[in-house]
Design a protein around this ligand. Structure first.
Ligand SMILES: C[S@@+](CC[C@H](N)C(=O)[O-])C[C@H]1O[C@@H](n2cnc3c(N)ncnc32)[C@H](O)[C@@H]1O
Length: 210
């Protein structure tokens, strides 16, 4: 765990630059897309899990002027970058929390919406199981969970890199991707998967039953 945290602390210095290069500037658009699809309302309490440098949390806070958004990550380096970016915006409804996704420090039923962008595949083994249990616990009944991940690329080289990433998740990697819909359907209701109009990203949303 510590090694992964350190890895992300170092990665935080380059992260936004890599994303810009990789997403060909679609990243901002995709984060607005996810925000709208999450059904977030102006008074909602939102948790952005594994927020990284806070790009999605910052955008979500535009949608919740009378609510609040918490960006959570286990890397202090990532959260420092997030705080720097948010400072100039002077949002009063945006907070940062250092914690592990598998041990969320919030009361049950706190959030209306929980999001996770490009990080569900980082969570494997016991952490993944605990994270999913915690997401469900921390959502209010009827609350929504929305995750965004890359769809399997068509270009052979990019496809190779995609599968390399899955391999880096250990032997579980491929299984997680193969069974993610069933996994989520066992936890949430009304689980729907869609491919975004970019054709390169997928969105999966579900609800906590009443
Ligand atoms: C690929 S980045 C995605 C960041 C951001 N959500 C985005 O869309 O740009 C993955 C993030 O997950 C965080 N992360 C990985 N495992 C975690 C865990 N167990 N608990 C909390 N954060 C975690 C990392 O620190 C990193 O910031």
């Amino acid at each position: 765990m510590r090694i992964r945290q350190r890895y992300y602390d170092v990665f935080s210095y380059f992260y936004d630059w890599v994303i810009k290069l990789h997403s060909q500037d679609k990243s901002l658009w995709l984060r607005h897309y996810l925000s709208r699809k999450s059904g977030v309302k102006s008074t909602d309490k939102v948790l952005d899990l594994c927020t990284g440098t806070g790009a999605l949390a910052i955008i979500l806070s535009q949608y919740t002027p009378q609510g609040m958004v918490i960006g959570l990550d286990f890397s202090l380096g990532m959260l420092k970058k997030a705080r720097e970016k948010a400072k100039t915006l002077k949002r009063k409804n945006l907070y940062w929390v250092v914690a592990d996704a598998g041990a969320l420090p919030f009361k049950s039923g706190t959030f209306d919406v929980i999001t996770c962008s490009h990080a569900m595949y980082e969570l494997t083994g016991k952490t993944r199981r605990l994270a999913l249990e915690n997401i469900k616990r921390c959502l209010r009944p009827g609350g929504r969970f929305c995750m965004m991940e890359h769809e399997e690329p068509k270009h052979p080289f990019i496809k190779f890199l995609y599968h390399l990433r899955l391999l880096s998740m250990g032997k579980e990697g491929r299984e997680i991707v193969r069974h993610e819909l069933e996994e989520l359907k066992n936890i949430f209701t009304n689980v729907v998967k869609e491919i975004t109009p970019t054709g390169r990203t997928k969105l999966i949303c579900g609800e906590k039953g009443n």
